[in-house]
Every structure is written in structure tokens, then in C-alpha cells.
Design a protein around this ligand. Structure first.
Ligand code: NAP
Ligand code: GLV
Length: 313
């Protein structure tokens, strides 16, 4: 079995050694420009066109993340990178759900307990108690009830907040109100105090966080975007915040990363930025998951995390 590996930033030796330990006997090599020798599997993050082009015999392309939007964008431009017959597989959880839970719980509690406002008071030397919102009105809406969104919804529910989820198809989650499809988007958004975005970035969801959507949330709502920068119309967020319709936002992702130095988000008083770290790929767990999936494919079983190409996620 021949496996090619490419990641633009990571040291390939770490991944290749780890995969060799998990798949004894496999011939695993870092892909380099000009390498067109045969391969059965590719393990990639932001692969160059030349790595995958024309490799119609691949039994699987493994993306080293949960989101496959960057590769899908490349494939829309260069369909020869991924013939329909080649399975595209993404990481399902692989340690990311726990990280997303931690990040979201921290951000929701920070807004509920008004800690960001106390930070500002401290900077002004003010000592002033702020009223707590009633817990049963502090409705948290999670857009995207998938592998990550489902776990996040359950964790926030565990803190006692009313939680609802929105997905394409109905997904029952204990204690969480479920909404599915475009027709139910208005009902999902109405009354939401904190909107957490965990949708995949697809042609259908790009620009999801826009001025019309903000207007359907409670006045003074909070936005937590931990999915992709392409979901947010950035000017709309600044406008909605200037009008007080959105009180504050926590953004782990931006349209351009790193965020340019002159971007207005840096100085917006109630925007909190983190550098796309809400849930990172954890190499040992990612390697376990990829090796397990390769064994499944070799044994003729269905692999986990296969991307539905027409849906784009
Ligand atoms: P997933 O399991 O594929 O879940 C996606 C969810 O979104 C599903 O519930 C799906 O509905 C729903 N959905 C998709 N298109 C929709 C639409 N048009 N309308 C309504 N709902 C729609 O994905 P995941 O593993 O949870 O990951 C979600 C995203 O998180 C990734 O795509 C990635 O962009 C982002 N992410 C960010 C970081 C970070 O560090 N910031 C880290 C990891 C992942 P169905 O259930 O009906 O299919
Ligand atoms: C990170 O953003 C991922 O999609 O895994």
C-alpha cells in the first residue's frame, strides 16, 4: 500500500513516522513537486494541484481537518484533482469536539456572566455590579448540528441554558430543540441570544451571518463564529454592532487569515479575536482515525467521514 503525504506547514517526518507505526508495511512518502509515482491513498492539507491531478486510481484522499471547503474550492476550479470515483474523507471529531465544547462554553459563560463588560470596567477603574440575564431567556442557538455542533449543543444544555440546533435534516439531540431546513430558519433564530456557528462552508452557507440574519436574533445578541470566515459578512457585523443589534462577537475565523493589521475588527471594542484555534488537528488522534479508515477500506468496509460531494461537506 502506497501513501503520499502533503502539508504546507507541518514536518512530514512526524506524520510519516506516526502513520508507519500504525500501518506496518505501508510505503509512505512525503509528496514532492514532480512526484507522479503510483499511490493508493493521499493524506493532505491544502495540496498543490500537481499532487492529486490525474490520480484517478486513489482509494481515498484524507483531509487533515474537519472542513473540506478549501479543497472543494480547488476542485471546483480543477476537477481533475478529484474524480468523482475517488472517496474524499475528512476528520470526524478526532479530538476536535472536546476543544469546540471548551471554546464555546468559555465564550457563552463569558457573555452570560458579563465578564467582557467587567474587563472594560476594570480598564476604566469602574466598580459596578451588572445584572445577570435570566438563564431561561439566554437562548443559545447552534447552527450546524453535526459531529461538532451536536456535542457543543449538549454541553451548553448541560449548563442549564435553553439550547436549539439548526441543520439540513432533523437531528434529535436530547434536551435540545431541533430545527431543520431553510423553512425553519426564522423560527430557529427568533429569540436566540447567542448564535454559535458550526456550519460547513459550502455555496449554500457562505454569507450565512449577514445583516438580515442578525435582525432576526434578539436585540443585543452575541455571535460566536467558530466555523469559517466566509460565513460572515464582516461589514454587516460592524453595522449591526454600531446599531446595538449585536452586542458582541467572538470570532475564531476570518475571511483573510491572518487578519490584516489594518482590519477594523482589531479595534472594535466588543469583538474578541482568536487565530483559528477553536479546535486544532491533534496529530496522534488524526493518525489513529486515518489509519483506522484505511484498514476499513482495505477490508471492504465503509469508511467514516466520507464527504458527500454534491453537498460539499
Ligand atoms: P458536520 O458533521 O458535517 O456537520 C455539519 C452540520 O451542518 C450538519 O448538521 C449539517 O446538516 C449542517 N448543514 C450543512 N449545510 C447546511 C445547510 N445548508 N443548512 C442547514 N444546515 C446545514 O461538520 P463538523 O465536523 O461538525 O464541522 C463543522 C465545521 O466546523 C467544519 O466544516 C469546519 O468548517 C469548522 N471547523 C472549524 C474549526 C476551527 O478551529 N475554527 C475546527 C474544526 C472545524 P445535516 O446534519 O442535516 O447534514
Ligand atoms: C479546521 O478549521 C478544520 O476544519 O479542521
Amino acid at each position: 500500500m502506497r501513501i503520499i503525504f502533503y502539508h504546507p506547514q507541518e514536518n512530514p517526518a512526524v506524520w510519516i513516522d506516526g502513520l508507519r507505526r500504525r500501518l506496518p508495511g505501508a510505503d509512505i512518502r512525503p509528496w514532492r513537486e514532480g512526484d507522479s509515482l503510483p499511490a493508493d491513498y493521499a493524506v493532505v492539507w491544502h495540496p498543490p494541484h500537481g499532487m492529486l491531478a490525474g490520480r484517478s486510481g486513489l482509494k481515498g484522499v484524507f483531509v487533515l481537518g474537519a472542513g473540506v471547503d478549501a479543497l472543494m474550492d480547488q476542485v471546483r476550479l480543477h476537477p481533475d484533482m478529484l474524480p468523482e470515483s475517488v472517496p474524499l474523507l475528512r476528520l470526524e471529531d478526532a479530538g476536535m469536539a472536546q476543544q469546540m465544547v471548551e471554546y464555546t462554553v468559555a465564550a457563552v459563560l463569558r457573555y452570560y456572566r458579563r465578564l467582557d463588560e467587567y474587563d472594560r470596567q476594570q480598564s476604566l477603574g469602574e466598580w459596578q455590579e451588572l445584572a445577570l440575564p435570566a438563564r431561561d431567556t439566554f437562548v443559545v442557538g447552534v447552527a450546524g448540528a453535526g459531529v461538532l455542533g451536536g456535542k457543543v449543543a449538549m454541553a451548553v444544555r448541560g449548563l442549564g441554558f435553553p439550547v436549539r440546533c439548526w441543520s439540513r435534516r432533523t437531528k434529535p439531540i436530547p434536551g435540545v430543540a431541533g430545527f431543520a431546513g431553510e423553512a425553519s430558519l426564522g423560527a430557529f433564530l427568533s429569540g436566540v441570544q447567542v448564535l454559535v456557528n458550526l456550519l460547513p462552508n459550502t455555496p449554500q452557507t457562505a454569507g450565512f451571518l449577514n445583516i438580515a440574519l442578525f435582525a432576526r436574533l434578539n436585540r443585543g445578541a452575541y455571535i460566536i463564529n467558530i466555523a469559517r470566515g466566509a460565513h460572515l459578512i464582516e461589514r454587516d457585523l460592524l453595522d449591526a454592532m454600531a446599531r446595538g443589534h449585536i452586542a458582541a462577537a467572538t470570532l475564531d475565523v476570518c475571511r483573510q487569515e491572518p487578519l490584516p493589521r489594518d482590519h477594523p475588527f482589531w479595534s472594535a471594542p466588543r469583538i474578541t479575536l482568536t487565530p483559528h484555534i477553536a479546535a486544532t488537528t491533534l496529530p496522534p488522534l488524526a493518525m489513529d482515525s486515518i489509519a483506522d479508515n484505511i484498514r476499513r477500506i482495505e477490508a471492504g468496509q465503509t469508511p467514516l467521514g466520507r464527504v458527500d460531494r454534491p453537498n460539499g461537506y
